[in-house]
Design a protein around this ligand. Structure first.
Ligand SMILES: *Cc1c(COP(=O)(O)O)cnc(C)c1O
Length: 368
């Protein structure tokens, strides 16, 4: 037998991990016929009925590639964000677009900086590309720490600083003036990548896209408030120069044609969008009440999920595992100071009620 053929050294050096254990795998392994699906911040409210209709009507044309320029969608997005079509690049979700950012603005061996324990996909792109990911901790209250990022960036001069805002898994928001202060204080050679996957849930932030600067990349998605996670579509807002840069390296047929159609129809359905945002706000309130009535702390969230505090990593892990045994899929942050929390996506009203019952049962069992 010949020796194993090896991947590139920087890939061989990466440990084999399954960063997102999906509910499908949990069902296979645990023998569950179904799970209460509150672990991946999917929308409980689905895509807009108008989007479903538009996509269904176009399904027979799935033999066609999508428009490689996503032109109609970019025109609608330009109206929504009061920017130019040239400021927009559509990709198959933020996860895809972050890979473009890494390939465009990093070189093998260069450094990127983020918060330890934040949304991990950016980091996977960095290490997979042969870059080095450096981190600073959250503040004790679970918010992103701009001062720590600024201080570390001054030492490291990173190619990219990544901030999810609102943040996942904490759900916390860095106010606009703090983001502006961070942007101004970073070294001129550092690009600020703002992952705004949850911006649609923040009043005043849904449309905002200012400033548009070539040192700044904002990313948005149809996966969360628009309920189209499985369709895989998102976009970047930046200076035209960066959109042209992405044009050099992106997959020109990487965006699902049906997703383009659904996204465009979703944007036109403002009433449905408002309905989802209102429902999600109510769902957060329900979870805060549930946390208070079960004696748990929680973080004020600006997203479609809430982080509940169970006091320690051990107890949060026990709660998460017991919930799974009761047929509930949730996740928990791995890194301090959030490792004592469990993250629960806002479900439909019926799912929230179901979750409340199962959480109470689990806490009762753990107390016994
Ligand atoms: C869900 C999520 C994403 C993924 O977005 P896609 O457009 O589905 O790739 C990216 N960033 C954060 C912070 C998220 O929570």
């Amino acid at each position: 037998m010949s020796a194993d053929f090896l991947a590139a050294p920087h890939i061989e050096a990466i440990p084999v991990v399954t960063p997102f254990i999906g509910p499908e795998q949990l069902m296979r392994e645990g023998g569950h016929a179904s799970l209460l699906r509150l672990g991946a911040n999917e929308s409980a409210f689905g895509p807009s009925p108008k989007a479903i209709q538009a996509m269904a009507a176009e399904l027979p044309h799935l033999s066609w590639y999508g428009d490689p320029e996503s032109y109609d969608l970019r025109c609608a997005l330009a109206v929504r964000h009061a920017c130019a079509v040239e400021n927009l690049c559509v990709g198959s979700g933020i996860d895809d677009l972050m890979g473009l950012a890494v390939r465009a603005f990093m070189s093998p061996g260069s450094v990127a900086l983020t918060t330890r324990g934040t949304y991990p996909t950016f980091g996977f792109h960095v290490t997979g590309f042969g870059g080095k990911l450096e981190t600073v901790p959250y503040r004790a209250d679970g918010t992103v720490d701009p001062d720590a990022l600024i201080a570390r960036a001054a030492q490291l001069r990173p190619a990219i600083v990544y901030v999810a805002n609102p943040d996942n898994p904490s759900g916390t928001l860095l106010p606009e003036d703090e983001v502006a202060r961070l942007f101004e204080a970073l070294p001129r050679e550092s690009l600020l990548l703002l992952d705004e996957a949850y911006a649609d849930f923040v009043a005043g932030m849904e449309r905002g896209a200012q400033p548009i600067d070539s040192r700044l990349l904002r990313m948005r998605t149809f996966s969360k408030a628009y309920g189209m996670a499985g369709a895989r579509i998102g976009y970047a807002i930046s200076a035209p120069r960066n959109v042209v840069t992405f044009q050099k390296i992106r997959l020109h047929y990487g965006v699902n044609r049906n997703a383009q159609i659904g996204a465009l129809a979703s944007l036109a359905d403002e009433a449905f969008h408002r309905h989802v945002v209102t429902e999600v706000a109510q769902g957060r309130e329900d979870y805060y009440s549930l946390a208070r009535s079960t004696g748990s702390g929680y973080l004020q969230s600006h997203t479609n999920f809430v982080c509940m505090d169970f006091g320690s990593n051990e107890r949060a892990t026990a709660v998460m595992n017991a919930l799974l045994a009761h047929g509930v899929f949730v996740r928990k942050p791995a890194a301090p100071p959030l490792d004592g929390f469990v993250r629960v996506s806002v479900g439909s009203p019926a799912e929230r009620l179901e979750f409340a019952g199962r959480l109470r049962a689990v806490l009762g069992e753990l107390a016994a």
